[in-house]
Design a protein around this ligand. Structure first.
Ligand code: SAM
Length: 329
């Protein structure tokens, strides 16, 4: 499928750009349609950008940008959890992550992210070891229920899981059209949102191991980037944002040992400073132009010193999610 002709809106572009400056090295960890990278290269003529994306279908967009800015732009088709493979990682001043799937991916029926695709279930963004077809047709009833419940916050998780397991006994569930019909027969449509939205989000997150990807990349960047580097993250749903916020709070605040013993200075010796006390959200105008930006949240931190604060998964109190993602099917 060609990416030409698909309208692409880089979310909160101006808000992201406002945190950047010229003569810096920047890693755009989620290159996508190249919206951020292109704007940065145009606006800051002495900047250098490294684009990363797991999706090989964006390589063509990256090649175009590379032709226009041969000395200032390069691209790597890797998962952002592999950011340690960037050789001059330490020389970078800004790291940008615009999480989730792109409009290109959502609209590409081959990938089956959309509800009406008749192509075999997949939902991989790229470089995947899993796919939604195996997950739906091999996952135990308990496993499917739990991922719909916890990753999709889906109230009908049990009913949906039971129906899927019953139906697949006769024949495999092949495409997202069939899957969304099954879900839509269980749930009534309220408002404009498709009743399958939450379940599809859950499947996508498991197939792409999104929770572990975010954990690994933020841990690596924060613990290894140079002092004064700035990290900018845009998230799109509550689970993503909750994880990002918890990670930032772990490094950015000295939380009290006990609620009876107040911490004297919350910020002393923390490796980062949180620059957005509350997340920034899209403007009314942007939401009007691009309604999907309404759920976006922008959080920014700055590395302020090298400390040996070492984040462990257990510090985040989200083991249930990591375990579900890890113990696939
Ligand atoms: C919302 S889009 C980014 C759009 C981009 N900011 C722009 O302006 O065009 C997210 C992109 O991140 C990529 N992505 C998501 N998770 C990733 C991961 N773990 N590693 C590398 N790329 C990832 C997706 O493939 C997708 O292209």
């Amino acid at each position: 499928m060609s990416l030409e002709g698909i309208k692409h809106y880089p979310v909160m572009l101006n808000e992201v750009i406002n945190y950047l400056s010229d003569q810096k090295n920047i890693i755009d960890c989620t290159f996508g349609g190249g919206g951020y990278s292109k704007k940065i290269l145009e606006k800051f003529p002495n900047s250098k950008v490294t684009g990363i994306d797991r999706d090989k279908r964006v390589i063509k967009i990256a090649e175009k940008l590379n032709k226009k800015f041969p000395k200032r732009f390069r691209f790597q088709n890797i998962k952002f959890s592999e950011i340690n493979s960037i050789k001059d990682f330490q020389n970078n001043d800004y790291f940008i992550l615009d999480l989730g799937v792109s409009n290109f991916q959502l609209r590409d029926s081959e990938r089956s992210f959309s509800f009406n695709s008749d192509k075999k279930l997949d939902m991989g963004m790229g470089l995947n070891l899993r796919n939604a077809y195996d997950l739906i047709n091999q996952g135990s009833m308990e496993y499917l229920k739990n991922i719909f419940k916890f990753f999709g916050e889906e109230k009908f998780s049990s009913k949906i899981a039971k129906k899927i397991v019953n139906l697949r006994e006769k024949e495999n569930i092949v495409n997202s059209q069939d899957l969304s019909n099954i879900i839509n027969n269980i749930k009534f449509k309220k408002g404009k949102t498709n009743p399958s939205t939450k379940s599809f989000q859950a499947l996508r997150m498991i197939v792409n191991e999104e929770i572990s990807e975010i954990f690994k990349v933020l841990k690596y960047i924060i613990e290894n980037c140079k002092v004064n580097a700035v990290i900018i993250v845009v998230s799109f749903h509550s689970l993503e944002d909750k994880l990002v916020k918890k990670i930032f709070n772990f490094y950015g605040k000295n939380l009290p040992v006990s609620r009876y013993i107040p911490t004297v200075n919350k910020y002393i010796n923390t490796p980062i400073k949180i620059l957005t006390k509350k997340p920034i959200v899209a403007s009314k105008n942007e939401i009007k132009e691009n309604p999907s930006s309404r759920s976006a949240k922008l959080r920014v931190i700055k590395k302020i010193n090298n400390s040996n604060k070492d984040l462990k998964r257990a510090d985040l109190n989200m083991e249930r999610y990591f375990n579900l993602e890890e113990n696939y099917v």
